[in-house]
Design a binder for this molecule. Structure first.
Ligand code: FRU
Length: 478
């Protein structure tokens, strides 16, 4: 039986074998979600990059496809995006799929395209670069989209500590319009940019969000995805307001290279993204075989206005089949040193819980999952400091990296004295959506495979839980 190996995630995508990193070329076409990804099929370490490929009709169940792009003497196929050339702007034919990628030849990077005339199944590389390297070291990850207002294509690229915005009418010749950044003194490199127009909830307003992956300086330590909210006038991205605190899409250690699906907008203009669920600080050492690394759950993005700032809100998208073992209760007071979930086993599924701080006097409350053999992973809320956290420091014997903290925490205010947690648990990862996705923490964990205990805890006082639902899921690899 496939996909039964230890740590093989059951509700998150991973390739059958080989190494995977960034999602690439996300595009929706004729009812199919395409996901390409950075892929090295011949080993468990990063190697000469290919684009792997999978398709889905629901963003949950994925069907592996043939490898789309192979490296050759010209170079490796680094990250990029795909558009549908509906009006034949490129001259390759109406409805051609055009893939934009960075070609890397011994560290020299330029931008190239490949085309598909059969809806993304087979690809032909156009080996001439469309953009020659102007003498920049890290210059990569083209993200292309259609800008309706000026009827032109826009490409965002990143280099060292900036995003670069280009435009084109024919998808082949690109003109630099502007740059954005640097925004701080952090070390490291910007990668995998995307620019999206997102709806502001409870208004008719839309704002532009620039999302950037950064190799250093994320809150958990190491790689992470930062975002900026602002306006885009077809040429420049203008940040709405400089925040004192930087805003990260995800506060866990395992969320990187997130980009949106092209040719896909929700009824309010929502966009859907997915990320690589790992960290460059240890991605090549995780204890899995014969594959390495998974994708996050896809999320739908909107903005929420908070004071005079805008905050990203992420709603997970999942069409998972429920399995036996459902638990549900309402209005219970959790006393310290009791565990009302004692004896329940839980390894794959979701928990939705709401806590009422106005009726509680605990200092901290939350869940311990994958308990056993002295191990556990804690997902909790610190009442006095208003912090949502995941503590994976006792989750396993795996040594992640000394640059990365064991506790991944972020400030989260209660709404009407309530704290909501929506947790997805999988064989080697968990994702926590706090207060309807206003804060998200995604982390890999590698506990002993038979650890399946859980507890609901309250410390320093009691906690009132207003509702609790636990729903196990069946595997997506059915
Ligand atoms: C991000 C990244 C990209 C690059 C790709 C190479 O994880 O470093 O910038 O295109 O991976 O695999």
């Amino acid at each position: 039986e496939y996909y039964q190996e230890p740590y093989r995630n059951q509700v998150h995508f991973s390739p059958e074998f080989g190494w995977m990193n960034d999602p690439n070329g996300l595009v929706y076409y004729h009812g199919l979600y395409h996901m390409y990804y950075q892929y090295y099929p011949y080993g468990l370490l990063w190697g000469p990059m290919h684009w792997g490929h999978a398709i889905s009709t629901d963003l949950t169940h994925w069907i592996p496809q043939k490898i789309a792009l192979y490296p050759d003497a010209q170079g490796h196929i680094f990250s990029g995006s795909i558009i549908i050339d509906k009006k034949n702007d490129s001259g390759f034919g109406k409805d051609t799929m055009v893939a934009f990628y960075t070609n890397d030849r011994k560290g020299i990077q330029d931008q190239r395209i490949a085309v598909s005339h059969d809806e993304g199944q087979t690809w032909e590389k156009i080996n001439e670069p469309i953009m020659k390297n102007p003498g920049i070291k890290d210059w990569r990850d083209p993200n292309v989209f259609w800008y309706q207002k000026d009827k032109k294509w826009i490409m965002v690229l990143t280099t060292h500590n900036k995003a670069m915005f280009y435009s084109s009418k024919n998808l082949k010749q690109w003109t630099l319009m502007s740059t954005f950044g640097p925004t701080d003194q952090s070390k490291g490199v910007w990668e995998c940019p995307s620019l999206m127009r997102l709806p502001v909830e409870n208004s008719n307003q839309k704002k532009w969000v620039l999302q950037i992956s950064r190799t250093e300086g994320s809150p958990a330590g190491g790689t992470g995805v930062e975002y900026f909210v602002g306006d885009f006038n077809g040429q420049h991205f203008i940040q709405h307001r400089k925040l004192k605190r930087r805003d990260w899409v995800n506060y866990g250690a395992d969320y990187y290279a997130a980009i949106p699906w092209n040719n896909l907008e929700g009824p309010r203009g929502e966009r859907v993204t997915i990320a690589w669920m790992s960290s460059w600080k240890y991605a090549e050492r995780t204890p899995t075989t014969p594959w390495r690394n998974s994708m996050s759950l896809p999320v739908s993005l909107t903005l929420v206005k908070m004071g005079d700032a805008f905050r990203l809100k992420q709603t997970p998208i999942y069409y998972l089949k429920p399995k036996d073992g459902h638990i549900r209760f309402h209005h219970k007071t959790i006393q310290p040193s009791t565990n009302i979930l004692k004896g329940h086993k839980f390894k794959v599924g979701e928990i939705k819980a709401e806590f009422d701080l106005s009726k509680s006097n605990a200092k901290e409350f939350g869940f311990q999952l994958r308990e056993g053999n002295g191990q556990y992973t804690r997902i909790g809320y610190q009442v006095t400091t208003h912090r949502l956290f995941v503590d994976r420091s006792h989750s396993s014997n795996f040594h992640f990296n000394s640059d990365i903290t064991g506790v991944h925490a972020i400030h989260m205010n209660p709404t009407n004295h309530k704290i909501q947690l929506h947790i997805f648990l999988d064989h080697s990862a968990l994702e926590v959506f706090g207060n309807n996705g206003i804060r998200v923490i995604t982390d890999q964990i590698f506990p002993r495979v038979n650890n399946d205990g859980m507890s609901l805890y309250s410390s320093g006082g009691h906690t009132v839980i207003t509702s609790f639902v636990l729903q196990p899921f069946t595997s997506i690899w059915g």
